[in-house]
Design a protein around this ligand. Sequence first.
Ligand SMILES: C[S@@+](CC[C@H](N)C(=O)[O-])C[C@H]1O[C@@H](n2cnc3c(N)ncnc32)[C@H](O)[C@@H]1O
Length: 280
Amino acid sequence: MTSIGTCLAQGSARLAAAGISGARKEARLLLAQATGFALETLIGYPERPVDDRPKYERLLARRAAREPLSHLLGRREFWSLEFTVTRDTLDPRADSETVIEAALARIADRSAALRIADLGTGTGCLLAALLSMLPYASGLAVDRDPAAAAIAAHNFVALGFGGRAQTMVGDWGEALSGKFDLVVANPPYIPSGEIGGLQPEVSVYEPRRALDGGRDGLSALRRVIAGLPALLAAGGTAVVEFGDGQGVAVAGLIVDAGLCVVARRRDLAGRDRCVVCESR
Ligand SMILES: C[S@@+](CC[C@H](N)C(=O)[O-])C[C@H]1O[C@@H](n2cnc3c(N)ncnc32)[C@H](O)[C@@H]1O
C-alpha cells in the first residue's frame, strides 16, 4: 500500500506537470478529500498507508484536466464563510470582497434592519457575507438560473441565514417589488470574445451565463444599472462590480440612470473593481 508521503509527491508532480501552481497544496487537499484524513494527519504522518488511492487518482486526473479545485472539493471560501459550489455557480472570487467592504463602508448603523437585494447571486456569497456583518438585515437574492438559485438557497440555510435570506429565480430586478436600502450586483462582464482565452478552469468549467457580458462586456451592466433607480429606497446605496478597464463606461451608465457615483473601489491588485452609487 502506498504511503501518504508517496501519494503527495506523485500527485504534486502530476499537477505541476499539468501547469497548476500550488500543486503540493492542491494534492494535499485532494488526498484529504479522497481519504477523509485531516490535513494535520497528511502533514504529520507521511508514512501512514493510503487505502483509497483509486479515488485520489480520479481526483488528480480531473484536476490535471484543469477542472477547478473548488468543483472537486465542492466548496469555496469567501469572507471567511464556506460556500457549496457546483458547475452551475461562479466560484466566489476574493476580488469580490471589495464589494462587501465598499457596502459596509457606506452603512452608518450596522444594527439597522436594512433590506438588501443581491442581483445575480450565484452561490449567494455577496448576500451571505453582508448578512454575516449586519445582524438585523434581511435580503433577497435573485438569479436567472434556477440551479444557481437553489445552491444559494442551500448556502443561506447552511450558513444560518435561512431566516433572513429569500431566494428567487428572475431577470435581474425586474420581478422585484419594494425598495431596498442596499443593492449589490456582480453581473457577468467579460466580453464574449475574450472568454475562450481565459484559463480552462474558467472558460470550460464555469457557467457561461455567469461570465458573458456580451460583445463589449457591458450588456448585463447596462441592464442592472438602468434598473437600480426603481429598486433603491430613499438614501439607498448600490454597489456594482465591473471588470478591468470598464470604470469610465460604468460611471457613464450610472449618470445616465440618474444616479450619482459616490466612490470607486480598487481590489487587492489595485484594479478598479466596483462602484458605489446613490440616488441624486
Ligand atoms: C458573475 S456571476 C456572480 C455570482 C455571485 N454574485 C458572485 O459574486 O460570485 C453572475 C451571476 O448572474 C446570474 N445572471 C446572469 N444573467 C442574469 C439575469 N438576467 N438575471 C439574474 N441573474 C443573472 C448568473 O447566473 C450568475 O450567477
